[in-house]
Design a protein around this ligand. Structure first.
Ligand code: PLP
Length: 256
């Protein structure tokens, strides 16, 4: 039976420890009242201490996972997370291009918080040239935005410039997550900057003094996709997603 809830597809890596990737995406999509579907790009081996390796799926496997789902369900929104190889990026781009998948929310996952590279070096350029132009939104954090633009980001002004440069690569919108900026400035605020087709919105949130929480990028991009699938407008969706992630970070502070 076709579910009445909008279907949100995550295409991402699997972290068996549940700290990041598909488990977090699915949990977030359910929290937003949508029906999750998930296709695995990579099986990673990790826990909270670090990432110890990964085996990546070939493009044929990714396609075989996604096609039957799209034949049975209308996909309301897609979130793309870790895509470790150029081959997988080309496959996803082809599916968006052929309208099998809608224009995705792309979280450009480059490294784990522990520093493990989650994408092949040569695939980073493919991400920029093949997938960004098809994206409804890309959601880099500061280190990712720096790597993708080659510029240093130290404040709101440089965030604005980086967002503009990333949008020039073809994405309709860019959300730069300023969480990492806190360590570089005196401001005790979490600043995120959205550039939606040139229209800038700055989100200022409370800075929560908690140890780094894994999977916040996964949560944010999934929550935006789910909120859009529920019919919210763009800025509303980013706001709802930020609120959700802030609550998750606050809850994590009181765990253990
Ligand atoms: N996806 C997978 C499978 C990961 O292992 C990681 C980080 O380790 C990420 C995504 C990125 O996580 P975050 O949400 O912390 O950016």
């Amino acid at each position: 039976m076709i579910s009445p809830n909008p279907v949100v597809l995550t295409v991402a890596g699997y972290d068996p420890s549940g700290g990041a990737g598909i488990i977090i995406d699915v949990r977030t999509i359910v929290e937003f009242g949508c029906r999750p579907a998930a296709a695995i790009t990579s099986l990673t081996f990790q826990n909270s201490a670090g990432v110890f390796g990964a085996t990546h799926e070939p493009a044929s496997s990714l396609r075989a996972q996604i096609v039957p789902v799209t034949e049975e369900h209308e996909i309301a929104a897609v979130k793309i997370g870790m895509i470790p190889t150029a081959e997988l990026i080309f496959e996803i781009a082809a599916m968006v291009h052929n309208k099998r998948l809608p224009s995705p929310i792309v979280d450009p996952v480059l490294r784990s918080s522990s520093g493990y590279q989650l994408i092949d070096e040569d695939a980073i350029e493919v991400l920029r040239t093949e997938l960004f132009p098809l994206a409804r939104l890309i959601t880099p954090n500061i280190p990712e935005a720096e790597r993708l633009t080659g510029m240093q980001i130290s404040d709101e002004h440089t965030m604005r410039e980086a967002a503009r440069r990333l949008r020039e690569l073809g994405a309709l919108a860019v959300l730069i997550k300023g969480g990492h900026l806190e360590h570089r400035s005196a401001e005790r605020q979490a600043i995120d900057l959205l550039d939606d087709e040139g229209e800038i919105t700055v989100f200022r949130g409370e800075w929560i003094d908690a140890p780094p929480v894994r999977g916040t990028g996964c949560m944010l991009s999934s929550a935006i996709a789910a909120s859009l699938a529920n019919g919210a407008d763009f800025v509303e969706s980013v706001e709802a997603a930020k609120k959700y992630v802030t609550a998750e970070i606050r809850n994590s502070k009181f765990q253990n």
